[in-house]
Design a protein around this ligand. Structure first.
Ligand SMILES: NC(=O)c1ccc[n+]([C@@H]2O[C@H](COP(=O)([O-])OP(=O)(O)OC[C@H]3O[C@@H](n4cnc5c(N)ncnc54)[C@H](OP(=O)(O)O)[C@@H]3O)[C@@H](O)[C@H]2O)c1
Length: 287
């Protein structure tokens, strides 16, 4: 049986991997987070990988506070770039493969059609820059690495936009939500399953290294997303469309970050649900 190390296991995606792992019993799993395995500590990663004979590392650990990163860049780069390099170097030294998660924020948002893996990157924030640097370092030090960029992640675990909209919608009569940022929500449960399908594919055939894009299907603005969340959760609150300039944040976000998912679908035979279908599954779990 092959062994999978999952880092950042208390986060949204890591928690969903714990659930999804039950559907992939061909692997043994080692779930860790900063308290049990700090990915900034290369020696600790090395010891863990050797002791537990790790074959795959799925890296869900990250610095994800996008706005805070603008004034906390040192720690952000330490986790999103340097620690990813640590994982890649240890994996290479012991013949393991890495499945790493990155972000749509590596793009500047000026496209008019969904971003492919070949499109030019140009991050607009410290977080986006640090995630891009992590991708580049991983590819430099590890030949067996699949990098999956995703967008607008939410889950029934941890804090996220879906839970915030339900909470605020129940507290207030009306709410302004940005309508000029367009992308696709991603249910972390779907992404978790896709990541394990990549590992299963690697076991049966080979790990096809490279960059992949994964989100749910479809397109919406944060405003549309919020409206749909409220409808599905039976929250009665007026949602008003506002512009990005009406809601200034320290970090700039891309205006358009829809991802083209053709490569991940054709390479690994992964079927992707529409975002509304997955949102309704998540909302059902919350009640
Ligand atoms: N959230 C989104 O909307 C979004 C969008 C696109 C891409 N992504 C990417 O998707 C991946 C998963 O995101 P997520 O939303 O699941 O993140 P998350 O909920 O913030 O979880 C990240 C986990 O990593 C842990 N961690 C931080 N530093 C660590 C360290 N040095 N060693 C070990 N663990 C550490 C965190 O612990 P603490 O909480 O204690 O720091 C947390 O449990 C990330 O790579 C993220 O960049 C996320």
């Amino acid at each position: 049986m092959k062994n999978i190390l999952i880092t950042g296991a208390y986060g949204q995606l890591g928690s969903e991997l714990k659930v999804a792992s039950e559907y992939f019993p061909q692997f043994a799993y080692f779930f860790t987070d900063a308290d049990t395995l700090d990915i900034c500590n290369k020696e600790a990663i090395n010891d863990f990988v050797v002791k537990n004979k790790i074959n795959y590392i799925i890296n869900c650990a990250a610095y994800t506070a996008v706005d805070k990163a603008e004034t906390d860049s040192e720690l952000c780069y330490k986790i999103n770039r340097d620690a990813v390099r640590n994982l890649g170097e240890v994996a290479t030294a012991h013949g393991a493969a890495v499945i790493h998660v990155s972000t749509d924020y590596v793009f500047n948002g000026q496209n008019f059609k969904p971003y492919t893996e070949e499109d030019a990157v140009c991050p607009q924030s410290v977080y986006g820059e640090s995630k891009l640097a992590g991708e580049q370092e991983l590819m430099r030090v590890c030949a067996d690495a699949a990098i999956v960029r995703t967008s607008w992640l939410y889950s029934s675990f941890a804090n996220n936009f879906v839970k915030t909209m339900i909470r605020l919608g129940n507290e207030r009569d009306s709410l302004g939500v940005i309508f000029d940022q367009i992308g696709t929500p991603t249910y972390a449960a779907d992404l978790a399953e896709a990541l394990l399908k990549i590992a299963a594919f690697a076991e049966e055939k080979e790990l096809v290294s490279g960059i992949y894009h994964y989100s749910n299907e479809g397109v919406c603005s944060w405003y549309d997303f919020a409206k749909k969340i409220h409808r599905m959760a039976a929250v009665h609150c007026e949602v008003k469309p506002i512009e990005t300039t009406d809601y200034p944040t320290p970090a700039a976000r891309p205006h358009y970050s829809v991802l083209n998912k053709k490569k991940i679908k054709t390479t690994f035979g992964i079927a992707i649900p529409h975002w509304e279908e997955s949102l309704s599954e998540c909302v059902a779990k919350l009640f």
